[in-house]
Design a protein around this ligand. Structure first.
Ligand code: C2O
Ligand code: CU
Ligand code: CU
Length: 543
């Protein structure tokens, strides 16, 4: 897809730039289809799959079929449960077990480049779906990795340079579940009582075709649709029985954040987050779920009346949407007046509005139900004592000056790494993510970038590839004059393994992350996919 001359030029440019390119000739000069197009003879897979990305016409809304991009799966080897095909546009659910060796033959039959990323999974660089490994139409890429993650819910999606948002929007995503021995001993609801719920917002034309962004202004906020799809289908009602269920919820939206709550005010019981099961169940009044985040809920329908419904909703919240820095507009009212309602520009639902997501219909009565375990899994403890840089946290500074969302004042360059982005392998690092309000005189924001009103601040879901991390602290440094934070603050799960964390305006989040086993380039980026494609992404070089 990229000619040799172009790559050669790129290489020289990076070398001249003083990046690590010179030290990494192996993968700087090899891209996409030229590498990993054949399986390795030394790798003995327990599970072998074929996944083909292609255009498909499928029924989503009543009437005309919708043209989508779809991952078609085929199980070549391994237990039948390893792959479950869904109706709708999502790829098959892949059900793995810890310790399994998995090989996936990825065929790209789309008229544009593509690459697959295993979000949340700890895999080697060449298997991680870095955009430099995108393949062109007709090419094949072979992914081979051992499942190291513990039991939980991950997902896969395309990660193509500047096309992640459009490709995921058109359908290139799917769920991954992992099981392990610890989980199996718990006797959690399984089979039909273990329900995947992938939440995505979309917008359709009158002819049932997917409609994307209206323009640059909308891109700055990220795509916000007016139609909620659950597992790729509209108007979802899920029939359930009077007993306990495990719900695996993924926010697979490009940029919409949900504030999950039961419609009747029943508290939510979380048993898992991004990286797997929690140590014990935790109760929340509501749970914030930003793009790419997962939460596993325990919900018990016993005692509910057959024939009745219970809806999972997104509740109203504030403070996640942009407002201008420089001391001009403040808080919710300011945002709406000042920006003409950035969140409303989509012509659909605004970011912070309440909306129904999925309805559970109590369809049948059963008498037995598993009990919620008091404790779930043991996890490795990570504290500040374990990090090699307690006083020099690795910075991730969020900014949106001059209408350009950036990290550490830089935009994404395919192989570029700054000094602060070089991480010694097999170390545990403290990382500090800051999202300044950009108020006058305030740190990275506002005036420094060149004047009043040039800095926008909004919530960003920051995702790091590689191993899952722990949240060390979350501090609101600067209220910014709004009251929004109070509407979200009780909905953050802070105890489990995470790979994505929502950082609100004015917030500073410190995390602890191991960088073990694998060397090479690993991405970190905003998982607002419009932001990611605008360059709000960087590499860590682990070595
Ligand atoms: Cu879910 Cu770098 O991605
Ligand atoms: Cu990822
Ligand atoms: Cu962002």
């Amino acid at each position: 897809m990229v000619g040799y001359d172009h790559k050669r030029r790129q290489f020289l440019q990076y070398a001249a730039f003083g990046t690590v390119a010179a030290a990494l000739p192996g993968f700087v000069l090899a891209e996409g289809g030229q590498i990993n197009s054949a399986p390795s003879a030394a790798f003995k897979p327990d599970v072998e799959l074929e996944i083909t990305a292609r255009i498909a016409e499928i029924p989503i809304m009543p009437g005309a079929h919708t043209s989508v991009f779809k991952y078609h799966g085929k199980l070549l080897k391994g237990p039948k449960v390893a792959m479950k095909t869904l109706p709708g546009y999502l790829g098959p659910i892949l059900n793995f077990a810890q310790g399994q060796k998995v090989r996936i033959f990825f065929y790209n039959q789309l008229p544009e480049p593509s690459v697959m990323h295993w979000h949340g999974m700890h895999v080697p660089q060449k298997m991680d779906g870095h955009p430099m490994y995108a393949i062109s139409q007709g090419e094949r890429y072979v992914y081979e990795f051992e499942v190291k993650n513990p039991a939980g819910t991950n997902w896969y999606h395309s990660h193509t340079h500047e096309m992640t948002a459009t490709q995921v929007y058109r359908g290139l995503a799917g769920l991954i579940t992992i099981t392990d021995e610890q989980e199996q001993k718990l006797g959690l609801p399984s089979g039909e009582y273990d329900i995947p719920i992938v939440i995505q917002d979309r917008r359709f034309t009158a002819g049932n075709q997917l409609q994307y962004l209206y323009g640059m202004r909308e891109r700055m906020v990220g795509f916000l649709g007016d139609t909620i799809l659950i597992n790729g289908q509209a108007n979802s009602t899920i029939p359930v029985k009077t007993r306990a269920y495990r719900l695996r919820i993924l926010n697979g939206s490009n940029s919409r954040i949900y504030k999950l709550g039961w419609e009747d005010g029943t508290p939510l019981i979380a048993i898992g987050s991004d990286g797997g099961l929690l140590e014990r169940p935790e109760t929340y009044p509501y749970i914030m779920l930003a793009p790419a985040e997962r939460v596993e809920l325990w919900v018990d329908f016993s005692g509910r009346k057959p024939g009745s419904d219970l809806a999972l909703r997104s509740l109203e919240f504030h403070g996640a949407l942009p407002h201008m820095g420089g001391g001009m507009q403040r808080g919710r009212g300011g945002m709406r007046r000042g920006m003409g309602g950035m969140g409303m520009m989509s012509g659909g639902l605004s970011q912070d509005e309440a909306l129904p997501l999925v309805k559970f219909h109590i369809a049948g009565k059963v008498s037995d139900s598993p009990r919620l375990p008091e404790t779930l899994v043991r996890m490795r403890s990570l504290t500040e004592q374990d990090v090699s840089n307690p006083d020099r946290p690795v910075p991730i500074v969020i900014s949106m000056q001059h209408m350009a969302p950036q990290l550490n004042d830089r935009s994404f360059e395919m192989h570029e790494v700054m000094d602060s982005e070089k991480i010694p392998v097999n170390t545990i690092q403290k990382i500090r993510i800051t999202n300044d309000h950009g108020s006058m005189g305030g740190g990275m924001g506002g005036m420094r970038g060149g004047g009043m009103g040039m800095m926008m601040s909004m919530a960003h879901p920051i995702h790091l590839h590689g191993q899952q991390f722990k949240i060390l602290s979350r501090t609101l440094q600067d209220q910014g004059g709004g009251d929004g934070y109070a509407t979200v603050r009780d909905g953050f799960i802070g105890s489990g393994w995470k790979d994505t964390v929502l950082v609100m305006p004015g917030e500073e989040v410190e995390i602890i992350k191991p960088f073990e086993d694998y060397t090479g380039l690993f991405l970190y980026h905003c998982h607002n996919l419009e932001h990611e494609d605008m360059g709000m992404m960087r590499n860590f070089y682990v070595g």
